[in-house]
Design a protein around this ligand. Structure first.
Ligand code: ACO
Length: 444
């Protein structure tokens, strides 16, 4: 097991005598010894550092949680410096090559790979719950025809708690797993419905006989009564994309799920918070932005001008950079390879040429090298989705479907973690001191 800083092994060990941090407060001259466990100190231990008895105690200031661990987790390990991603210890490239999305979702949620019977039961359990209540169908149909499908997905997922009020019983692990299965099963159905609403087609029901990826493709693209044949390579590519997105430890949307879940609301509300966070262009919305950016660049000849604009801070190179990876995102390599496999079936997307050239130029440019900016998972995923004839608005929905098992595993871990409490950061107040109310007649 790893012991590198910020990537802690799950086992908690007591601090040895030498595993302490000695802090001297130069305001008072007092010295404090703080235990170090797993390479971290507890932020609340700093509260013993005070100038006098009335002092609240020392806090840490960490906007965006750049260096604060918010939980102990045994689900996903990332070493961003060298580009490692593992789910429950298994390297992402092995899972992408050998596993399936449903197997990975089992792994994330139960902690171990399933045996044959377990995988078969898990698959049947999920397939049996893919149907979605008619009231949610009405919710989806009630939105404007051009409603962004992520906003529709977010509302409908939150709406599921109207159907399953027992989901509020958080103390029962079996009940929690039942809700996890429901969300795994229904998210693709709702995601496909949000798309169908946009294109003015009937909302189709799932077919429990089909695989997860195949069902999703059919619910998005079939006509009522007409089933298309999809090349197995397309189905496999979609499954790989879902695997690659399945979890990514404490990213923005997962932190949102955990933060909302910490209030002991039901999992549908917590998951809808994850969808809301993922919607943003700096997170899951990035693949949509990459496509828009590539279209705007328009041709390879315009790349130098575009790159100059990025360096002059007039724009961002979307699909580049990551809070955690300061090396090539291991998922981006697999997506790049998968894109070529998809294009063998669909024909090459002309934007690919621009993307490849843009990547090449950026990786050689001092601006990007110095900042360790590499392609992230979203740089090529949009090109695949576009080849599947999905509009850009659907890309983030596909991401949300993929990320659902990770959100659920993280939520379940949170609920079962006795160290967790309701999320409630502190602030450094920088506003006015007390002042008296000014009547309207006396205001300037
Ligand atoms: N294009 C140009 N410059 C960038 C980019 C980019 N995509 N990303 C970071 N930088 C620059 C910053 O301006 C900063 O430069 P400076 O130090 O000279 O001020 C430096 O690189 C460090 O960047 P930060 O903003 O500190 O990095 P942070 O960890 O806060 O941001 C983020 C990470 C949000 C992903 C950022 O890289 C970004 O906006 N990328 C584009 C959007 C994107 O692709 N998001 C998808 C992320 S993956 C995912 O969510 C699945």
């Amino acid at each position: 097991m790893t012991t590198k800083a910020t990537k802690r092994a799950p086992a908690k060990k007591a601090a040895a005598a030498s595993e302490t941090l000695t802090v001297t407060d130069n305001r008072t001259g007092k010295t404090y010894e703080l235990p170090i466990v797993d390479g971290t100190i507890k932020a609340t231990d700093l509260r013993t550092i005070k100038v006098d008895d009335d002092d609240f105690g020392m806090m840490t200031y960490d906007p965006a949680f750049m260096n604060t661990a918010s939980c102990r987790s045994a689900i996903t390990f990332i070493d961003g410096d060298v580009g490692i991603l593992r789910y429950r210890g298994y390297p992402i490239d092995q899972l992408a090559e050998k596993s399936s999305f449903l197997e990975v979702s089992y792994l994330l949620n139960y902690g171990e790979l399933p045996n044959k019977t377990q995988l078969s039961e898990w698959t049947q359990w999920i397939n049996a719950h893919a149907f979605v209540d008619e009231s949610i169908r009405s919710v989806v149909e009630g939105f404007r025809h051009d409603a962004h499908p992520m906003a529709v997905l977010q509302a409908a997922i939150g709406g599921l708690s109207t159907i399953y009020p027992e989901s509020k019983e958080l103390g029962d692990p079996d009940n929690r797993m039942q809700q996890i299965v429901r969300l795994m099963a229904k998210t693709p159905t709702i995601g496909a419905w949000a798309f169908r609403r946009n294109i003015g087609r009937a909302l189709l029901n799932p077919n429990p006989e089909r695989s997860y990826a195949s069902n999703l493709l059919h619910m998005m693209f079939d006509e009522s009564g007409i089933e298309y044949n999809f090349d197995p390579r397309i189905e496999r590519a979609l499954d790989i994309l879902l695997i690659l997105h399945a979890d990514h430890e404490q990213n923005c949307s997962t932190s949102a799920v955990r933060s909302v879940g910490s209030s002991e609301t039901d999992v549908y509300q917590a998951a809808s918070a994850g969808v809301a966070a993922l919607y943003g262009p700096l997170h899951g919305g990035a693949n949509e932005s990459v496509l828009k950016m590539l279209r705007r660049i328009g041709s390879k000849d315009n790349i130098p001008d575009f790159v100059q604009g990025v360096k002059e801070r007039r724009e961002l190179l979307m699909g580049f950079g990551h809070r955690v990876y300061k090396n090539y995102d291991p998922r981006a390599k697999i997506v790049h390879k998968t894109a070529h496999e998809v294009f063998e079936v669909t024909g090459v997307n002309p934007l690919l040429e621009i993307a490849v050239e843009l990547e090449k130029i950026a990786l050689e440019d001092e601006f990007f090298v110095a900042r360790k900016l590499y392609p992230n998972v979203d740089f090529y995923s949009g090109l695949i989705y576009e080849a599947l004839k999905l509009p850009a608005e659907m890309f983030t929905v596909m991401f949300a479907i993929g990320r659902m098992p990770g959100w659920l595993a993280q939520w379940n871990e949170l609920v079962g973690d006795s160290e967790q409490k309701i999320s409630r950061p502190r602030q450094i107040y920088v506003g006015y001191d007390e002042r008296n109310y000014v009547p309207m007649s006396k205001r300037k």
